[in-house]
Design a binder for this molecule. Structure first.
Ligand SMILES: [Fe+2]
Length: 384
């Protein structure tokens, strides 16, 4: 047995006062004209203001209108702003939508036509530097690719050379973020870890990140909802999200994410919300094909749950349900206002992604199998 672990070049600043290190890093690259690409909420945050102070006279312009799922129209508008400003650096401020939009703009500034973005892969010599200041736990800033939405479909893109060269995780970035955004995007990060453990690209190095991510995320999320928003807890969450992003970028994702992407593009629901509902169902589906990796994760997650006085079992999907209840995230698609009649369309799209990626340990024979899984997500207590 052998593995390939691909470590990508990046500086990550993590912990107290990390934002204060941005100026020094950007100066090393000789940045003169930086453009912030942000979500509306993050652009108004205290940490965005701290980023502007760091950029100082280098801040050439700003686009603060990236909406959820990075619509192609927002990417086109951000590109226009960056071109007008003659940007030599893009700084993503916000959650995964801001990071993914900034990567798409970087690709477009480097010669990839926006119409050619979907499905791009391989190598790219990015003509602009990319920095990311995330305000959620999505981990999107860790990857070399992203997703955008176009005509109701989620489309993927990515290339070596497109990832952020600098990622900053200062706990102040999470301090004014609503708890429900942290818990749901935390479930997304947990899914990156748990899917990463069982997907085709899993290897001992990504496994270590996955298991460390499970511990940091579960403990951090439970302590957060109990009212602890200390530097220690916020940093645990940022470490966990980073570990999840490393898994996402090295071992890949499978059935859970295929379902969440299709739900997101069909109904526009937040990626964190669909992640919160689908995770135990997807884990249960994969159980026959990933028993050993689920057992390893269950040892770690079970220790966190019992250590914090949350009752649990040794079964990973049941532990994740226990975590769902403890941190109060959505547990059924009905709660999210999703129309059950349209599960056939969702299943078709998810099936296409699953077959194309081939990374999930168990490939369903038909979209019909996925409809049956999605139906479980409408039950008040998902099937055991
Ligand atoms: Fe995700």
């Amino acid at each position: 047995v052998s593995w390939r672990y691909d470590s990508k070049r990046r500086v990550t600043l993590i912990g107290e006062q990390s934002i204060n290190g941005i100026e020094r890093e950007l100066d090393k690259w000789g940045v003169k004209r930086a453009v912030i690409i942000a979500t509306s909420r993050a652009s108004k945050s205290e940490s965005a203001e701290l980023v502007r102070i760091q950029l100082g006279a280098r801040l050439a312009s700003e686009f603060s209108g990236v909406r959820p799922h990075s619509p192609i129209a927002d990417i086109a508008e951000a590109l226009r702003v960056a071109q007008n400003a003659k940007a030599d650096c893009l700084v993503a401020v916000g959650g995964g939508s801001a990071s993914d939009a900034a990567k798409a703009v970087a690709a477009a500034l480097s010669g990839v036509a926006i119409t050619e973005l979907a499905g791009m892969h391989g190598e790219l010599d990015s003509l602009v530097s990319l920095a990311a200041v995330p305000s959620t736990l999505s981990g999107a800033e860790t990857t070399m690719g992203g997703m955008f939405s176009e005509e109701g479909r989620k489309r993927g893109f990515g290339a070596y050379g497109l990832g952020a060269r600098l990622v900053v995780h200062d706990p102040r970035q999470l301090a004014d973020v609503p708890v429900d955004i942290l818990t749901t995007t935390g479930m997304n990060a947990l899914a990156h870890c748990l899917e990463g453990l069982s997907c085709q690209g899993a290897n001992p190095i990504s496994d270590a990140h996955a298991l460390g991510g499970v511990e940091n995320l579960a403990a951090g999320l439970i302590r957060l909802v109990r009212g602890e928003s200390s530097v220690e807890v916020l940093t645990m969450l940022q470490v966990g999200a980073t570990f999840g992003g490393i898994c996402l970028d090295t071992s890949g994702v499978g059935i859970h994410h295929a379902l969440c992407h299709a739900l997101g593009s069909t109904f526009g629901i937040a990626h964190g919300d669909s992640n919160s509902v689908i995770l135990p169902i997807a884990l249960r589906y994969n159980q026959p094909a990933s028993y050993a990796s689920q057992e390893r994760a269950a040892l770690r997650l079970g220790a966190v749950l019992s250590g914090l006085g949350v009752s649990s079992t040794t079964d990973l999907p049941a532990q994740v349900e226990c975590l769902q209840r403890t941190i109060g995230v959505p547990r059924s698609l009905s709660e999210l206002g999703v129309d059950q009649e349209r599960m056939g369309d969702v299943a078709q799209e998810a099936f296409r992604e699953l077959v194309a990626s081939g990374r999930n340990p168990r490939i369903p024979g038909s979209p019909g199998e996925l409809v049956a899984l999605l139906d479980q997500a409408f039950e008040e207590e998902p099937a055991a």
